[in-house]
Design a protein. Structure first.
Lengths: 120, 136
């Protein structure tokens, strides 16, 4: 049996409190384009509670950056595309790795994880 | 209104912003208050603080310039939970006024959060505003 986590794979995890995302959305709505792409903003705005999707996106992006082990130039460097099942696909290409991003939420938090798996 | 220019004025404004962003008591925030350890800041709070500072000081703060938190996940700079010598040199460039002597005694990544202080923001803004003033 192949090991699930191999040398060269990496993992990133992040947690965002929904209450904080709500305040952030209310205060910085006009500046979202500095941290989200246009399609990510639309993904938020289409929801009844846009701040919950904002929390999911921010937690997921942080998780991706942590898994990448490097400092991003900007938050829009990685674009996340929702698949409707609590997962995101990354529009950016990772030449030597496959990227899986998923998030789960409860009433208080969104927890996101990113698994970068080395291609064989 | 003109943004504050000396360190004392900058500190007063930063303290107000940090207190509002983190819902903390303004009077309990000092230059040495750690944003993570003392005030409970998380990743979304760092974004919130940066946006508030940009608005208040009328400046642009590129990602990672004020809070170099992603350095912590760089494998060259952190090994087995400890910041390497190369990592300390790199971080010192970013946060020159932190208490590096104390940190070097136990350079665990868990202690790095202590270096992100209110004073660090004040120093960053004082340098940034002075640079902007000298170029205009």
């Amino acid at each position: 049996m192949k090991p699930a986590f191999r040398r060269g794979d990496s993992l990133g995890v992040d947690l965002v409190e929904i209450k904080k995302a709500r305040r952030f959305y209310a205060r910085h709505r006009a500046k979202l384009s500095e941290i989200l792409t246009e399609s990510e903003i639309m993904f938020c705005r289409r929801a009844k509670k846009p701040y919950e999707r904002l929390a999911a996106l921010l937690a997921s992006k942080e998780a991706v950056f942590k898994a990448l082990s490097r400092s991003p130039k900007s938050f829009t460097e990685i674009e996340l595309c929702p698949d409707g099942y609590g997962r995101f696909k990354t529009a950016s290409a990772f030449s030597k790795k496959t990227c899986r991003v998923r998030y789960r939420k409860n009433a208080r938090f969104v927890l996101a994880d990113c698994y970068l798996k080395r291609r064989t | 209104m003109m943004p504050p220019s000396n360190k004392e004025e900058i500190f007063i404004e930063v303290r107000k912003i940090v207190a509002q962003a983190l819902r903390a008591d303004e009077q309990k925030i000092g230059l040495n208050s750690s944003l993570i350890k003392d005030l409970g800041a998380e990743s979304i709070d760092f974004l919130d603080i940066v946006f508030r500072l940009e608005k208040s000081f009328k400046i642009k703060i590129p990602k990672g310039e004020l809070f170099p938190e992603k350095l912590l996940t760089d494998t060259r700079l952190v090994n087995a939970g400890k910041v390497t010598a190369e990592g300390i040199v790199e971080l010192q460039k970013r946060i020159p006024n932190a208490d590096w002597a104390a940190f070097s005694e136990n350079p665990s990544v868990h202690n790095l959060g202590n270096l992100f202080t209110v004073g660090m923001i004040v120093d960053y803004l004082a340098d940034k505003l002075a640079l902007l003033k000298s170029t205009t």
